[in-house]
Write a protein that binds this ligand. Structure first.
Ligand SMILES: [Zn+2]
Length: 463
């Protein structure tokens, strides 16, 4: 028997054995989704890919996953300190479209990339703007319980009411208060945060709603507490997001839910770590940031990026370079061809039990995908019967998500000039004009093509 699933919980800072709260084996998973004021970059997708692998590992262990992801389409301000502009209104000015139009446009772009990277869709994808009533109700309840106070620009959460505030991030709340006293404004404590913001007087926002406190819009954090509660209940299994969410966003989600429901929201808190880029060339040629589309424009298959992310543990930072992506693309290509050659035979075989057990041990060790990949390569190159190797690899791919079961090589389009050289060379060979045939072969090689001669036929292959 392989060891049971263990996950690193950032709340307790320990590796803990995972067991679902629900005896029936359903796992509640909430992952913070994109703010749809712009495209998501490949660093954002590193986190979404980690969450996808987590989901697949849970499924591998026999659990059914109810996955909720939010779409932040209002209230996320440019500064974490509840100042600055709403990113949606800012995006609206940048693009000349309405906030509602860009929300739709960037949500669609996000979902396109989700498909391109073969991410399993969320069970429930929920927009903040579709859940204003739930958020207002949540804030009203916090106010009734004495956790909220009013300033001239909104309703704020009083973090001093919670002795345990900031535990997820191991925040030094007293130190923060002392250090930031100067720019508190009307806030009572540095860590207090907006639950509801009023529309600025005399200004009509594109996105605003009536509330018991006046016209305005929800703070960013409240949407996750409200929608998680609606779809997963007061306390559920796993909450995920990027590491940048730890000190403010997730800390505040926990504070709100703890204050209203008496629970700390989720049993496990897992975070995906950053993608770094030291490659200056990349930044220059791609403009502001790299998107999945930027990789496609450079001739990469998006799944090469998926493969690259599998080669690094999610709890370590990963450095993005084009060389690393090239290596991932090559490895993926080899794996695809290798599995394709075994696929037909695999249909009639079962995976190798010993390899399955080793694979499970790796992924159950806090999602050690780099080592699980090593087991896959060993399986592919090993000396088990081809059918068994194929079946084993196809089973592993339920977690890798590389689409190995259906992959076919792209049909190579031969440029007309190359084709003309090949025809001329075939004619030269037929006429036993070997000198000319060799010369044409050289020209083909220079153009990047190789000609394989058969009996009365030939094939062209990229070098
Ligand atoms: Zn969130």
């Amino acid at each position: 028997m392989p060891p049971p699933l263990h996950l690193y919980d950032n709340f307790t800072r320990t590796l803990r054995r995972f067991e679902p709260l629900d005896a029936g084996g359903q796992v509640g998973l909430y992952t913070c989704g994109p703010t749809v004021y712009d495209y998501q970059h490949i660093g954002n997708f590193r986190t979404f890919l980690f969450e996808d692998v987590l989901k697949r590992v849970l499924e591998w262990n026999g659990y059914r996953v109810r996955h909720v992801m939010n779409i932040t389409d209002v209230g996320h301000l440019t500064s974490d300190a509840d100042t600055g502009e709403d990113k949606m209104e800012k995006g609206s000015r940048r693009t000349g479209r309405t906030a509602w139009e860009i929300a739709r446009m960037y949500t669609d772009a996000f979902l396109d990339d989700v498909r391109r990277l073969n991410l399993e869709p969320a069970t429930i994808l929920c927009r903040a703007t579709d859940h204003i009533a739930e958020q207002i109700e949540f804030v009203a309840d916090l106010e009734r319980k004495g956790f909220a106070y009013r300033t001239s620009d909104g309703i704020y959460f009083d973090t001093s009411r919670q002795p345990d505030y900031g535990r997820l991030a191991r925040l030094d709340v007293c130190g923060l208060d002392a250090g930031r006293r100067v720019d508190l404004g009307e806030k009572r404590h540095a860590t207090d945060f907006a639950l509801w913001k009023f529309s600025p007087p005399g200004e009509q926002r594109q996105m605003e709603w009536e509330s018991p406190w006046g016209k305005g819009f929800p703070g960013w954090h409240i949407e996750c507490s409200a929608m998680a509660q609606k779809y997963l209940g007061d306390f559920f299994d796993i909450h995920c997001g990027g590491e940048d969410h730890i000190p403010v966003h997730h800390t505040n989600e926990i504070a709100q839910t703890e204050a209203r429901c008496g629970t700390r929201l989720a049993n496990f808190w897992l975070h995906g770590y950053f993608l770094l880029s030291n490659d200056a060339r990349m930044a220059k040629s791609a403009g502001e940031f790299l998107r999945v589309q930027s990789l496609i424009d450079r001739g990469y298959d998006p799944l090469a990026y998926r493969y690259l992310c599998l080669t690094a543990h999610y709890r370590g930072q990963m450095n993005f370079t084009w060389d690393a992506l090239d290596a991932a693309a090559t490895a993926l290509d080899r794996m695809r061809h290798g599995v394709r050659a075994l696929r037909e035979a695999a249909a009639a075989a079962a995976p190798d039990p010993a390899l399955l057990e080793r694979f499970t041990a790796e992924i159950n060790d806090d999602l050690n995908l780099p080592r699980a990949l090593a087991v896959a390569w060993e399986a592919l190159r090993g000396d088990l019967p081809p059918a068994v190797r194929g079946a084993t690899l196809l089973a592993f791919d339920r977690v890798f998500g590389l689409g190995l079961a259906a992959w076919e090589p792209a049909v190579e389009v031969v440029p007309a000039a190359v084709d003309a050289l090949a025809v001329a060379r075939a004619a030269a060979r037929a006429a036993k004009n070997w000198g000319e045939a060799d010369r044409l072969r050289g020209e083909l090689l220079a153009a990047g093509w190789e000609m394989e001669d058969g009996a009365g036929s030939y094939a062209l292959k990229r070098r």
